[in-house]
Design a protein around this ligand. Structure first.
Ligand code: NCD
Length: 342
């Protein structure tokens, strides 16, 4: 039986992703809460799944737990609070303990970038990375790519604009890695203060567009750094001005300001951010009619997007959540080499 871990996004070939999408597409109508008969498969019966979430999560954790249960796996939650991690037990010892109990698979979320690799050294079954540090969130990348696939946008030359706190976003990094493999053209939109520092230095920003400048206040000055630092050594083009970037995209992905990952660095003021980078009613008018709007959640209404976005037929935010359940169910089968059909 094939057993596969998913530790980082670059482990996934387009072929892997497409086979996970096919399975997810088959599962999707069956997993819908409104489906006529309660749907439960026997595929993972007898396999226990450890959900080791050492960072807060709603969508990712709950969708993995529900997916595991719908596939008849016994899912057990191991959070930091209430576990021996709180008493100082190392992640290595947690892995060895859960391994000794016979868990067949682990889904891991952790604040350290290399946590999944470390854990996998001490755990025999597949390990699925459910978000580590700022660097990796491969299952989010899969559900984002699946959503674009449904919309006919997972193709060579489709243009995705990623807006916001790129510096702290594992979602942006993982999505860019996976989607580029399908030929999707990624453009980043953020002030330099929200770009990864290593990416802001050498080359020129795309289009020679000047970043927006606001007036007055500390937060303004931080955003105004955009006016002086107009260089970038990023693997992806950068357009600091949202208004100029929106008309040229097929899809836009908005990111949350991840203040918990800002490590005491000066915060960009939220109201200034909303003014310069928030998707609002006026900016919806700049977005092409056929474009799609994505957000990984959790959403800060009034910051990265306004209420008007939820009423806009181009947004696919809840569809992403629904897709997350199907993708994670498909991924559990893929990791364990199980085929739920027939
Ligand atoms: C993301 C995460 O945890 O990285 N959320 C998610 O998994 N749905 C993005 C975020 O926290 O903003």
């Amino acid at each position: 039986m094939t057993r596969r871990s998913l530790l980082r996004t670059s482990d996934l070939t387009p072929q892997d992703a497409l086979s996970i999408f096919e399975l997810a597409a088959w599962l999707l109508p069956r997993l819908k809460p409104a489906s006529p008969a309660p749907f439960k498969l026997e595929t993972l019966r007898g396999i226990s799944t450890a959900l080791v979430f050492i960072e807060p999560s709603t969508r990712t954790r709950v969708s993995f737990e529900l997916a595991a249960k719908l596939l008849s796996s016994d899912a057990v939650n191991v959070g930091a609070a209430g576990s021996s991690l709180e008493k100082g037990e190392s992640l290595r010892d947690t892995a060895m303990t859960l391994n000794a109990m016979g868990f067949g698979l682990t889904v891991l979320r952790h604040k350290c970038a290399d946590a999944a690799e470390l854990y996998a050294r001490y755990f025999d079954g597949p390990v699925i990375n459910a978000g580590t540090g700022r660097s990796e969130h491969p299952t989010q990348a899969l559900l984002d790519a699946f959503t674009l696939w449904q919309e006919g946008l997972l193709r060579e030359g489709a243009r995705l604009l990623i807006v916001g706190d790129i510096a702290n976003s594992r979602v942006a990094r993982s999505a860019a890695t996976l989607l580029s493999r399908f030929g999707v053209r990624i453009t980043l939109c953020a002030p330099p203060s929200l770009m990864p520092p290593a990416w802001v230095n050498s080359a020129t920003c795309s289009g020679g567009v000047k970043p927006p400048v606001s007036a007055g206040g500390d937060a303004d000055r931080r955003l105004d750094a955009a006016a002086t630092a107009q260089s970038l050594s990023s693997p992806y083009p950068w357009i600091p001005d949202l208004d100029s970037a929106l008309p040229g995209c097929d899809a836009v992905m908005l990111l949350r300001m991840q203040r918990e990952r800002m490590d005491g660095a000066p915060h960009t003021g939220l109201s200034e951010y909303a003014k310069l980078y928030g998707l609002n009613a006026r900016r919806l008018g700049l977005l092409p009619r056929a474009a799609r709007i994505l957000h990984p959640g959790p959403v800060n209404r009034g910051v990265e997007l306004s209420e008007a976005v939820f009423a806009d037929p181009r947004q696919r935010i809840n569809q992403q959540v629904t897709n997350g359940l199907a993708i994670r169910a498909a991924l559990l089968c893929w990791a364990l080499g199980m085929e739920p059909r027939g």
